[in-house]
Ligand binder design. Structure first.
Ligand SMILES: Cc1cc2nc3c(=O)[nH]c(=O)nc-3n(C[C@H](O)[C@H](O)[C@H](O)COP(=O)(O)OP(=O)(O)OC[C@H]3O[C@@H](n4cnc5c(N)ncnc54)[C@H](O)[C@@H]3O)c2cc1C
Length: 394
C-alpha cells in the first residue's frame, strides 16, 4: 500500500501532524522505533497556547513569576502548566507503526523508506519529525542548557499557585558567566521541580556545573532537599538556519520550529500542524514535490522567516550578556505591554509588532548597555538585522 504521508518520528510534532493529516482524509502514518515509549521531556507551556487541547494539562499554575534581582521582578497573570504527555498522545491518537528509518529514496511518484529490519514503506510524501533532523545537524549559534531535579524538600516559601519562570537572583560565589536562572514548578508544600538554566550560550555549559549551582542556590534559599526523585538534562540547539528542503518535508524541532530565544517548540508544532496538513492535501493533487513545497511555504511564510531572523539576532545578543546585563535586559522585556510579551514568547508577532517590541526593550535598557548593543548590532549581525527588518528580506 502507498501512503499519502509517512512521518518519521512520533514525538509530539510528528504525532500532531499525523493526526491532523488523518483527520483530513489522508492515508497518514508515523513510524517510530518504540511507539509505546513515554515522551521523555517534562513539557511546560502557557496554557492559552494549547487551544482545543487545554484538557491535556497535568498541573497548572495561575501565574508565573519573573525575578531579575533582589529589587526587581514581576508576576505575569497568565496560566502556565505541564503537559500530561500520555493524555496528549491519546488525544492526538496518531496512527504509528514501530520501526527505525535508516534510508529514504525518492522517485517521480513518491518515496520508499527503509527500516532497520529491512522492511520498506512507501508514501507520496515523507516527513522528517525526528527532532534533531535526519541530515547532519547544522551549527547552532546558541544552546539552551538546563539541569533539573524533581525534589522533596523539608519545606519551601514558593507560592503554590505561581510557577517561577525565571529567577535571576544571584547565587553567592557563582561566576558572572554564563548567567543562569532558576525555573521552579511547585507541586506541593514539599515537592518542587527546580532547574538551573542557561537561556542561551554559545558553548554549552557542563551539566555538573549547573548541578553545583543548583545545589548552591537551593542551600542559599534554605530549601533543604531530603530526596531527589528525578533528574533532567536539557540541551536544546537554538537559532540554527532552517534546513534545506528537498523531497522530505521537515516538521517540528527538525523544521526549525524551536523558538530561537526561548527554546520552546511544542505549542508551535501543535499550532502549525493543521495548516501544514491543509497545504499537503491541496499540494498532493499536483504531486509529491509540489506538496512538500506547499507545506513548507505554509510552515515558513516570508514574514515568519524574517521574524525568526530578528529572534536569532536577539539570541546572539543574549549569548553576549553577563548577569547584570541579562537582568536589565529581561526587566526591560517584561515591562513591555503584555500582548507584545505574549506574542514574542509565542513567536506570533507581526514584523511591525516585533520591531515595536525590540525598540521598547532597547528604550528600557540602561545607557551603557544600549551603547554596547549598538556596537554589537553593527558587527557582524547588524546587516542581517537590517535585511530582516526591510521589506525585501526573504
Ligand atoms: C529536556 C528537554 C525539555 C524540553 N522542554 C520543553 C518544554 O517544556 N516546552 C517546549 O515547548 N519545548 C521543550 N523542549 C524543546 C522541544 O519542544 C522538544 O525537543 C520536543 O520534544 C520536540 O518535539 P519533536 O516532536 O519535534 O521531536 P522529538 O520529541 O525529539 O521526537 C522525535 C521522535 O523521532 C523519533 N525518531 C528519531 N529518529 C528516528 C528514526 N530514524 N526513525 C524513526 N523515528 C525516529 C524519536 O524516537 C522521537 O520519538 C525540551 C527539550 C528537551 C531536550
Amino acid at each position: 500500500m502507498t501512503l499519502d504521508l509517512l512521518i518519521i518520528g512520533a514525538g509530539p510534532a510528528g504525532s500532531a501532524l499525523a493526526a491532523a493529516a488523518a483527520a483530513r482524509g489522508l492515508a497518514a502514518q508515523a513510524v517510530d522505533p518504540d511507539p509505546a515509549r513515554p515522551w521523555p521531556n517534562r513539557y511546560g507551556l502557557w496554557l492559552d497556547e494549547l487551544g482545543p487541547l487545554a484538557d491535556v494539562v497535568a498541573h497548572r499554575w495561575a501565574a508565573a513569576a519573573v525575578t531579575f534581582d533582589a529589587a526587581r521582578g514581576a508576576s505575569l497573570a497568565r496560566a502556565y502548566g505541564t503537559v500530561d504527555n500520555e493524555a496528549l498522545r491519546r488525544r492526538l491518537a496518531a496512527p504509528v507503526v514501530a520501526g527505525e528509518v535508516v534510508a529514504v529514496d525518492h522517485d517521480a511518484t513518491g518515496s520508499t523508506v527503509t527500516l532497520a529490519d529491512g522492511a520498506t514503506l512507501r508514501a507520496a510524501v515523507v516527513v522528517d519529525a525526528t527532532g534533531r533532523g535526519l541530515g547532519p545537524a547544522p551549527a547552532a549559534p546558541g544552546y539552551q542548557v538546563a539541569y533539573g531535579r524533581l525534589v522533596e524538600v523539608e519545606g519551601h516559601d514558593h507560592p503554590l499557585d505561581t510557577m517561577g519562570l525565571m529567577d535571576f537572583s544571584p547565587v553567592p560565589g557563582a561566576p558572572a558567566r554564563p548567567p543562569t536562572f532558576l525555573y521552579t514548578m511547585p507541586f506541593g508544600p514539599r515537592r518542587l521541580f527546580v532547574e538551573e538554566t542557561v537561556l542561551a550560550e554559545r558553548r554549552p555549559s557542563a551539566f555538573d556545573d549547573l548541578a553545583a549551582r543548583l545545589e548552591a542556590r537551593l542551600a542559599h534559599r534554605g530549601w533543604r532537599v531530603v530526596a531527589v526523585h528525578e533528574e533532567e538534562r536539557c540541551l536544546i540547539p537554538m537559532g540554527a538556519p532552517l534546513p534545506r528542503v528537498g523531497r522530505v518535508l521537515p516538521f517540528g524541532a527538525a523544521a526549525g520550529l524551536v523558538h530561537p530565544a526561548t527554546g520552546y517548540s511544542l505549542a508551535h508544532s501543535l499550532r502549525t500542524a493543521p495548516g501544514v496538513a491543509d497545504a499537503l492535501v491541496e499540494g498532493l493533487a499536483a504531486g509529491p514535490a509540489a506538496a512538500v513545497e506547499a507545506a513548507w511555504a505554509a510552515l515558513w511564510p516570508g514574514e515568519k522567516r524574517r521574524l525568526w531572523t530578528l529572534y536569532r539576532f536577539g539570541l546572539q545578543v543574549l549569548t553576549r550578556l553577563d548577569v547584570r546585563e541579562t537582568q536589565d535586559f529581561f526587566a526591560a522585556f517584561f515591562a513591555l505591554p503584555p500582548p507584545l510579551v505574549r506574542g514574542w514568547l509565542a513567536g506570533t508577532l507581526s514584523l511591525a509588532e516585533a520591531r515595536q517590541a525590540m525598540w521598547g526593550v532597547f528604550g528600557g535598557l540602561p545607557g551603557a548597555l544600549r551603547a554596547r548593543l549598538i556596537a554589537h548590532g553593527l558587527r557582524p549581525h547588524g546587516w542581517r538585522l537590517l535585511g530582516a527588518l526591510s521589506s525585501r528580506g526573504r
